[in-house]
Design a protein around this ligand. Structure first.
Ligand SMILES: [Fe+2]
Ligand SMILES: [Fe+2]
Length: 146
């Protein structure tokens, strides 16, 4: 059975592919595809995954840092939402999104997930996976993209 790490990692690849595509085509439509993948991912992690780690004393700092990076990603994304695609500001902002997301993904996959695997059982990791997929489904219904 799939664990939460399998799902999050697969989504990281999808988000990064979409950002590469958005940098190539410079379209708002592709940006909204990025946003449609990223928003539920960030919310799902914050609602179902990180709270379990925050309970563990020595992971508090790692969790707080991840939340800061999430906030940075959300703020760049909302700036892009209000920008005209094709402008030079747009191009540099989407590059900033790419770098910020890549950095965060790197930290999750190389620091957060290995630390989580030490404190959460395999059963728990499978259980959160199911909860995460359910959450994502209802999130997408409640937040349709333009
Ligand atoms: Fe993630
Ligand atoms: Fe994250």
């Amino acid at each position: 059975m799939e664990t939460i790490y399998d799902i999050l990692k697969a989504e990281h690849r999808q988000v990064s592919d979409l950002i590469q595509q958005a940098m190539r085509d410079g379209s708002k439509e592709t940006f909204y595809k990025v946003k449609a993948k990223t928003d539920p991912h960030l919310q799902g992690e914050e609602k179902l995954f990180y709270p379990l780690l925050k309970e563990k004393e020595d992971l508090g700092e790692l969790v707080n840092h991840a939340y800061e990076e999430h906030n940075e990603i959300k703020s760049i994304s909302s700036e892009l939402e209000n920008m005209d695609p094709g402008s030079s500001d747009w191009t540099s902002k989407i590059k900033e999104l790419d770098q910020t997301v890549s950095h965060h993904v790197d930290e999750e996959e190389n620091k957060v997930f290995p630390a989580a695997q030490k404190v959460l059982s395999e059963d728990k990791a499978q259980q959160i996976a199911q909860q995460y997929l359910d959450f994502e489904k209802s999130f997408k219904q409640q937040h349709p993209m333009p």
